[in-house]
Design a protein around this ligand. Structure first.
Ligand code: NAD
Ligand code: UD9
Length: 457
């Protein structure tokens, strides 16, 4: 069997290699000549556990090209971004991919759309473009098979997760099912194309709404003076409750985007757009917390630890760090960035020691495991503030080194400071002192460590 995979990114490349490693002859197509050359020289453009081994297994049955060619199966995995101005899906890449396939399409071929699209896109947009080949749908087979693997565990999930296959007709659904069966170990559920499109968007919208709820709980907890992390742990003891984790915002290529795809044609959506609004406002909230800590410090510098959109990956797409940095720079803060996983970022990336040197506050935006290993004693800060927006640190380790730690959602560590208790200017205290955080003008909050004793402002 010959499969032509359109788009060799985070989804298309692993999918192409999985098919090739399981016996298919795969032509991977990407419009980026440089990527095609890079792959054909044996290189991989991004890291993902198991991908190098898979590439070795696929060797001999995978090649990269810039143009499609005749095949039994065409699989589309090109981007479907959101237009930032209109919050409407940009379908130009899937349209182009369908147009590129059409001249090679023959009776009996199967076309699979893996890209995430608004409900109805297959019938209204993709199939009519494929029919320009002169072959009618029904004579070629068509299925939407949304991809649901999570970055960081892509290969494991592509093979192990259950799949939804939405065929144009019975034959399309069954053919697509048997093709995925070559490497999918999970259950395969069959449906129609429009339902498959809708299910994919529902899944990510459900997660977005639940994260928004957690983010709202975090802000409420701060107002109530309690620790949301403890409260979530306790609430989750209930057999029918699962509260997710609050954080500095929702990033990535999917969760921040797909809810808009679901609602773009509707006039009835309230909860979905409110959830988006809450999650999109979290960088503002973290900056608001940062601002209240740094008020009164002259020419303050913020060190951002973690610019990837989530822990232990290098992907920065839609990362909350972008908004936080832009807002902070617009307010005049100097910014330094550190992220050991990320290779390319518009802001210069430094090692931890340099990113923290002379800084006034470290803001942990990403939950990389390696951040837990940082030794605070090695960091030479001007003012020892830490904001843990993911609740990942060993807070006692940091407070022992004189840092005042503010945990997102921990209202038990935030107290109003009576004016006569405001600390003296930072410069009066030696570096390393737990009381080295101060301002000539009063900050509105003070900090206690989780045990309420150390790191007091
Ligand atoms: N990344 C994820 O975690 C993930 C998970 C589930 C679903 N998805 C969906 O899968 C689709 C692909 O996402 P991705 O993350 O792999 O994108 P990506 O940006 O990593 O890769 C897409 C690739 O397609 C190429 N391309 C663009 N137009 C093309 C064309 N006409 N012909 C051939 N190649 C073309 C681009 O050059 C790029 O290399 C999107 O719809 C996305 O929403 C992504
Ligand atoms: C339904 C689902 O699971 N879909 C997954 C999702 O993959 P993802 O990597 O985008 O998803 P997340 O890990 O949820 O991260 C998103 C952002 O939310 C933040 N976050 C997360 C959990 C939390 O409790 N609190 C948070 O604040 C996190 O830091 C990050 O910024 O979409 C893919 C493409 O469609 C799917 O294929 C994949 O199955």
């Amino acid at each position: 069997m010959k499969i032509c995979v359109m788009g060799l990114g985070y989804i298309g490349l692993p999918t192409a290699l999985l098919f090739a490693a399981h016996g298919a002859n795969v032509v991977g197509v990407d419009v980026k000549q440089s990527l095609v050359d890079y792959l054909n020289h044996g290189n991989l453009p991004f890291k993902e556990p198991g991908l190098e081994d898979l590439y070795r297994e696929a060797r001999g049955r995978f090649c990269a090209r810039t143009e499609p060619e005749a095949a039994d199966v065409f699989l589309i995995a090109v981007p479907t971004p959101l237009d930032p101005a209109t919050k409407v899906s940009n379908l130009s890449y899937v349209k182009k991919a369908a147009d590129m396939i059409a001249p090679h399409l023959a009776r009996g071929n199967l076309v699979i759309l893996e890209s995430t699209v608004p409900p109805g896109t297959s019938e209204r947009v993709i199939i009519p473009r494929l029919e320009k080949s002169g072959v009618a749908v029904g004579d070629f087979l068509y299925a939407h098979c949304p991809e649901r693997a999570i970055p960081g565990q892509t290969l494991q999930e592509m093979a192990g997760n259950c799949r939804i296959i939405g065929g144009y007709d019975r034959d399309s659904t069954d053919q697509a099912t048997s093709i995925y069966r070559t490497f999918v170990r999970g259950q395969i559920y069959q449906t129609d194309t429009r339902t498959a499109e809708f299910v994919k968007l529902m899944e990510n919208t459900c997660r977005d709404v639940n994260i928004a709820l957690a983010n709202e709980f975090a802000q409420l907890a701060e107002e109530c003076g309690i620790n949301v992390w403890e409260a979530i742990t306790l609430a989750n003891k209930h057999p029918r409750v699962t509260v997710l984790n609050p954080g500095p915002g929702v990033g990535g290529h999917c969760i921040a985007i797909d809810p808009w795809f679901l609602t773009e044609n509707s006039t009835r959506c309230r909860m979905v757009s409110t959830a988006r609004e809450i999650n999109d406002s979290m960088p503002n909230y973290v900056l608001h917390v940062t601002r209240s800590l740094l008020s009164g410090i002259r020419n303050p510098t913020i060190s951002i630890f973690g610019v990837a959109y989530k822990g232990n990956i290098s992907d920065t797409r839609e990362s909350p760090a972008f908004k936080f940095i832009q807002l902070a720079e617009n307010e005049g803060y100097s910014i330094r960035c550190h992220d050991p996983h990320v290779v390319e970022f518009p802001h210069p990336l430094m090692d931890a020691v340099n990113a923290a040197a002379g800084s006034d506050c470290i803001v942990f935006l990403t939950d990389h495991d390696c951040f837990r290993m940082i030794e605070p004693a090695t960091l030479r800060m001007r003012t020892k503030f830490v904001i843990d927006a993911r609740n990942i640190l060993d807070h006692e380790k940091w407070t022992d080194q004189g840092f005042a730690v503010r945990i997102l959602g921990d209202g038990s560590s935030v107290q109003l400071v009576p004016l006569d208790e405001i600390a003296a200017p930072a410069s009066l205290y030696p570096a390393g002192s737990a009381r080295s955080i101060a301002s000539p003008s009063p900050p509105s909050v003070s900090l206690l460590s989780p045990n309420g004793r150390e790191g007091l402002l």
